[in-house]
Design a protein around this ligand. Structure first.
Ligand code: NDP
Ligand code: GDR
Length: 373
């Protein structure tokens, strides 16, 4: 019998990598997607199987973390061996604009799934993975952060995820469910949403390089993160559910870089050097050296290509995160396969290809709409 996995948030970055990973392992993979007015399955379209096909192993269901009835219905029908709860309003800045919705989907959504498992009598069968986050550490109390570091959440997103973290622990203790929190530090990839800072940077640098965009506007350049590759991190999500007993794990690379470092690394991939000038909201990034093939107008040495837009500052910021994944290394055999420079290079190559496609469309007279937020 094939194992059955249910992934919430299957249309997101991690959902796409995890679905591929589980299909390769021979799972029957079910995913919950939200109804949207446009197709929202770009990241998993390559996995799609026609519903008329027999013996499908990739099946999507309409549902929403804010709707218990859909969750109970789907879980009751599938009776999954494993649930991976990856669905969330996952943008920290947006959580300040939509705090109530963020709490509903990220905090109560997790409770709804656990309750569905309980109501349906699946507590002994179904293992549960919760996408927990380094944002729980927020205003950090200890460097580097481990499973034992106290939490101090700094956004409605982090507070909602903190509820989710504790409800997972509580259901594990109260009902003996095999449920784990993966406390994952930032992980990125070419599939990363375009408004998270890494993807925003690689996308904008590629477009400026080709003359499709003038400038990249950012917020806090001094923020520091521990950035890994999503493809490496989803393997740990699976491994956490294959242990003898459920435990929570920090997953991180143990290496830290600032947003400014990320811009420098992305530019370097293109052969461009940036000089930083000024401070605070007046700091700018200026092209110091560039290479042949770069657009003459937008990449001219001396031109300002990075500016600060205070709109991207957050009411409360998480300044610095650095993880210590010793426990995962010892118990799960965790070593990240992708280095920081390999991650930046892969994202940069992908976005340069994407920008070249846009360039071609423009040359052929098609209009490409470009959102920078
Ligand atoms: P994404 O934002 O790329 O994906 C989020 C997914 O959740 C999408 O499929 C989205 O659907 C879905 N979703 C959002 N709201 C709902 C809802 N109400 N009901 C059902 N589905 C919903 O996130 P990532 O893939 O990057 O992250 C996966 C999980 O891991 C998230 O929970 C995130 O908070 C957490 N996390 C991520 C880290 C990272 O660095 N990437 C680090 C630590 C934790 P749609 O496509 O329709 O928008
Ligand atoms: P984060 O990721 O908040 O860490 O949450 P994000 O990439 O949004 O921000 C990282 C840091 O960069 C600073 N920053 C900017 N951020 C964005 N988005 N846009 C900008 O223009 C910009 N300029 C500077 C931010 O202030 C921040 O300090 C991600 C999400 O995936 C969460 O779901 C997950 O839980 C955590 O990572 C771990």
């Amino acid at each position: 019998m094939k194992k059955k996995a249910l992934i919430t948030g299957i249309t997101g970055q991690d959902g796409a990598y995890l679905a591929e990973f589980l299909l390769d392992k021979g799972y029957e993979v079910h995913g919950i997607k939200r109804r949207a007015s446009l197709f929202n399955t770009d990241r998993i379209d390559h996995l799609y199987q026609d519903p008329h096909m027999e013996d499908r192993n990739f099946i999507l269901h309409h549902g929403d973390l804010t709707d218990s009835s859909s969750l109970i219905h789907i879980i009751g029908k599938i009776k999954p061996d494993e649930i991976y709860n990856l669905a969330a309003q996952s943008h920290v800045a947006v959580s300040f604009e939509e705090p109530e919705y963020t709490a509903n989907s990220d905090a109560l959504g997790t409770l709804r799934l656990l309750e569905a498992v309980r109501i349906l009598g699946l507590t002994e069968k179904t293992k549960f993975y919760q996408a927990s986050t380094s944002e729980l550490f927020g205003k950090v109390q200890e460097v580097p952060q481990t499973e034992k570091t106290p939490f101090y959440p700094r956004s409605p997103y982090a507070v909602a995820k903190m509820y989710a973290y504790w409800i997972v622990v509580n259901y594990r203790e109260a009902y003996n469910i095999y449920a784990c929190n993966g406390i994952l530090f930032n992980h990125e990839s070419p599939l990363r949403g375009e408004t998270f800072v890494t993807r925003k940077i690689t996308r904008a640098m590629a477009r400026i390089f080709l003359g499709l965009q003038d400038c990249l506007y950012l917020g806090n350049l001094d923020a520091k993160r521990d950035w890994g590759h999503a493809r490496d991190y989803v393997q740990m999500q699976w491994l956490m559910l294959q242990q003898d007993r459920p435990e929570d794990f920090v997953i991180a690379t143990g290496e830290q870089h600032s947003v400014r470092d990320f811009v420098n690394a992305a530019a370097a991939e293109l052969g461009v050097t940036i000089r930083w000038q000024g401070a605070g909201v007046d700091e700018v990034g200026i092209v110091e050296k560039t290479v042949e093939g770069a657009n003459d107008a937008t990449m001219m040495p001396g031109r300002t290509i990075v500016k600060i837009d205070p709109r991207y500052f957050r009411p409360t910021e998480v300044e610095s995160l650095l993880g210590d994944a010793s426990k995962a290394r010892e118990k799960l055999g965790w070593t990240p396969a992708t280095s920081f420079s390999e991650l930046v290079a892969e994202m940069m190559r992908y976005d340069l290809d994407e920008a070249r496609k846009d360039e071609l469309c423009r040359k052929e007279g098609f209009t490409i709409l470009n959102h920078h937020e």
